[in-house]
Design a protein. Sequence first.
Length: 439
Amino acid sequence: MAAPKVKAGLAPLAGRRGRLRLWRVRLAMFFAVIGPGLITSNVDNDAGGLYSYSLAGAQFGYLLLWTLVPMTIILYVTEEMAARMGVVTGKGLSDLIREEFGFRTTFFLMLAVLAVAQGNILAEFAGVAASLELFGVSRYLSVPAAALLIWLLVVRGTYKGVEKIFLVACVFYLAYVFSAFLAEPDWLTAGLHTVRPTIEWNSSYLLLVLALVGSTIAPWQHFYLQSSVVEKGIPRDRYRETRADVLVGSITCMVIVFFIIVCCAATLNKAGTTGLHDAADAAKALRPLAGPYASALFAFGLLNASLFAASILPLSTAYVICEGLGLEAGVDKSFRQAPIFYWLYTALIAVGAGLILLPGTPLVRIMVLSQVVNSFLLPVVLIFMLVLVNRRDLMGEWRNSWVFNAVTWVTTAIITGLTVVLIYLAVAGVPVSLNPPAG
């Protein structure tokens, strides 16, 4: 009996259905793994970061947009290294540093991370207070309420539940995209300065470059990302999706930074408003220049970013310290199973929120310096990561490529060089501030 003939056109249709089914499977796998990379990258756009981006646009217009291209590459390369080490070793970064470099080295690194993180956490609660004051809510109401909400989110939640809330928070960064379009910028000039570097050799410019780097590529994020990958239990055969997650997070983070700088360049810089006390000042200044909707969206974005980062930063710091000291840590563990982890998380929130309520706290100095000090600490963390990720006995075939090594070493050298220059200028008595140069 002859085999039935396949009707013409059915074979290509079956092929298309097979390819569609394959893409559905791949998308399902990606969304099962997505989270750590996207969250970690976007949480860098916090209150201190928003202040740095607003200053960049207000003081230098579109000139600093070119820095976003190399920073996107650096952010992806360094975060990919952390995620890869988490998947391959099943251990957090501070855990690996303790095992490979000893307790004493880890202890001093943990102290540095704790000090820098506390300054950043303080900046986040300053962002909460400033953003809600624009809507008429007193900081004596908003800050304690935010602190309690953040504390309950992690202490009473599970890793999957907390991650879903953080992913939703990432969506609200689109408020800055709408603000930028309402500001009606010169898109051609913005595009030109994005691909054409323009460097000014003055302390304000160099300090802002360091603040931008510290805002978008903070040392704590590598610890948090690696710990998140480990806690999520991502296997090696699903690492492709994790790498895509890191790439998407790196790109979306820098796209948001682009729109924030463009928004402030098109309004504040154009109007000569270069002095900002905090990111909320940028929102207030936008009202007469770009309209109430742009101002409200900018303020809402600041609130979202501050709450988001105020949740992540204490969590990241608690992970770092507990892993470095060999203590139990993790959102899926109970208070009884990981008491030090939760008490440290609680203390970081209480100190950060409490100091904001004290009169006379130098919020502006704390917000900017916390981002600059991030840059000072970043080369140290990157060197530890480079040593670990190139260990044959630790990583095997998953070691760094020469391209990743080159990018990370060059980044370390440039940031160290900028830091040395600024320290030299300060010692030599040259004013190092964020005020634009005269003339």
